[in-house]
Design a protein around this ligand. Structure first.
Ligand code: BES
Ligand code: ZN
Ligand code: ZN
Length: 510
């Protein structure tokens, strides 16, 4: 499918499906428009006029309410070149934002897929006030369309879900908007591509996505790109580096551990150096502290942090932020066996701190202890880690919101802004000093679990021990990394690729 921008008149488009929109108003369910006879405004009003007012008439007869994501479909009976018109509800104008644009575009794509049509022409969903610029709206539309079109059918014998949509044209009335919107489409394509790569990596079963495969994925991404480099450390190297956390967690698995370090350095890099760190447990059985069957069902997703970093790196050369970026993850599989670490064992992390492992299922922090120490050695100005770290974070914030813990208000604010702009929901949680006592061990420098309560926070405090005051943010993505059910118009059940778009948006704006 090709998404493109064209200058033109919506009433004159030859296509299978013409997408227009309407805001919700309290009075009639439709927003009073300007410049048209009826209540539909702008280009939608023009299409209504070309249809002799039928569109508005039928919408009223069917009591259509333009709630966000609602749709109204009608045949045009030859009155205009388009075969059908689809009105997509945008919700209340006061609540309209880029996420509404994404959802509206996604909704139209879902309808187009369902109808099995070939060519779609759409209005650029836009308040037209200048506040939401053509570029940003076209970007959001492209993200919504592409992410809706995603499906993971590698392991299906029949690929029946395949969309028939070949063209999705965004039609704008003015030549200057074509340029802006086309730029937005370009960036939206990159955002979506990175997100989709992360989704694919996470959706792939752990039988085929073990540490070596993540290393391979990193090599693939770096290959042939002048601004990217990669370095991989194997078990022998990790032993020399004293990476006791990664080596300890990997002990129970037949798959050896690796530490992967990718670097993006643009030709004219600014002084700023950012490190992105991802949790990469390719399967989390819990180890000897074995998870119950239900809890283990989705644990192929425990490398979603690294997948977000890989997704980001897969398009970073094209998104081309001005800063230097390091992408780092320590890939391991957490399995029980005669060789596995036991509750009570003590590991020594790369920074020489000793950790008493009281629960082998709190393995992510053991791997991050080393990975964060390694990241710190690159002397970045900022470290951001993403990890499916705790079920407790899901208890706190539910399935759709990431918990941010940070030692730096400015960084935290910037990440919250970036996440809001791309529609990935995040909320800050505290790094409460008073809870540090919960990680005190009887026998070692610290233990790897806290008390029954506040588990997301004690996990964050544990990670902070490996940070050394560098501005750092920890994103606990345990909930949003994977959708247990359909969440919205462009996020169906399965891996979401959550984090990629926030990272890219953050990197573009520093
Ligand atoms: N990978 C899990 C966290 C997780 C749970 C991610 C559900 C996604 C969905 C992590 O390694 C884990 O098992 N954490 C334990 C920590 C506990 C033992 C202190 C948890 O959350 O129960
Ligand atoms: Zn675990
Ligand atoms: Zn885990």
């Amino acid at each position: 499918m090709e998404i493109s921008v064209r200058k033109g008149d919506l009433t004159q488009q030859s296509c299978d499906l013409l997408v227009v929109n309407a805001f919700l108003s309290a009075k009639s369910g439709l927003k009073a428009g300007s410049g048209s006879a009826g209540e539909l405004g702008g280009a939608t009003g023009a299409v209504n006029a070309a249809l002799d007012g039928d569109l508005e008439k039928f919408m009223k007869e069917d009591s259509f309410k333009a709630k966000l994501g609602s749709t109204f479909l009608m045949r045009t009976n030859g009155k205009i070149p388009a075969k059908r018109v689809l009105v997509v509800g945008l919700g209340k104008k006061e609540e309209f934002d880029l996420e509404a644009v994404r959802q509206a575009a996604a909704t139209s794509m879902n309808v187009a897929k369902g109808l099995g049509v070939n060519a779609v022409s759409s209005i650029l969903h836009w308040a037209g006030t200048g506040e939401l610029k053509a570029t940003e709206c076209a970007q959001a539309m492209t993200e919504g369309i592409r992410l809706t079109n995603y499906n993971f059918d590698t392991y299906r014998s029949s690929k029946k879900e395949k969309s028939k949509v070949q063209r999705f044209d965004i039609v704008v009335p003015q030549a200057q908007d074509v340029r802006h919107a086309a730029k937005g489409v370009e960036l939206g394509e990159l955002m979506a591509r990175g997100t989709i790569l992360a989704r694919d990596l996470v959706n792939t079963p752990a039988q085929d996505m073990y540490p070596e495969k993540l290393v391979e994925a990193a090599h693939q991404i770096v290959k042939g790109k002048g601004t990217l480099r990669i370095r991989v450390y194997d078990r022998a190297a990790l032993t020399r580096m004293g990476a006791g956390g990664l080596l300890g967690v990997a002990k129970g698995s037949d798959h050896p551990p690796y530490l992967v370090h990718m670097v993006y350095k643009p030709k004219k890099a600014t002084k700023k150096r950012i490190a992105l760190v991802g949790k990469a447990v390719t399967f989390d059985s819990g180890g000897l502290s074995l998870k119950p069957a239900d809890g283990m069902m989705t644990m192929k997703i425990d490398m979603a942090g690294a997948a977000a970093v890989l997704g980001t790196f897969s398009v970073i050369a094209d998104v081309a932020p001005a800063c230097e970026v390091h992408g780092i993850f320590g890939a391991v599989e957490n399995m029980p066996s005669g060789k596995a670490i036991r509750p009570g064992d003590v590991l020594t992390a790369m920074n020489k701190k000793t950790i008493e492992v009281l629960n082998t299922d709190a393995e992510g922090r053991l791997t991050l202890a080393d990975t964060l120490t390694y990241a710190n050695k690159q002397k970045p100005q900022v470290i951001i880690d993403l990890a499916t770290l705790t079920g407790a974070c899901m208890v706190a914030l539910g399935e759709e919101i990431t918990g941010i813990m940070s030692n730096n208000d400015d960084l935290s604010t910037k990440l919250l802004e970036a996440s809001a702009s791309v529609g990935e929901k995040m909320w800050r949680l505290p790094l409460e000093k008073n809870y540090r006592k919960l990680l005190k061990s009887e026998v070692a420098d610290m233990q790897n679990i806290g008390s029954r309560w506040g588990g997301a926070l004690t996990a964050g405090l544990f990670l902070e021990e490996f940070i050394n005051k560098t501005p750092w943010a920890h994103l606990d993505i345990a909930g949003p990394a994977y959708a247990e059910r359909e969440i919205d118009a462009y996020t169906r059940k399965g891996a979401t690729g959550h984090g990629v778009r926030t990272l890219l948006s953050y990197l573009r704006n520093i």
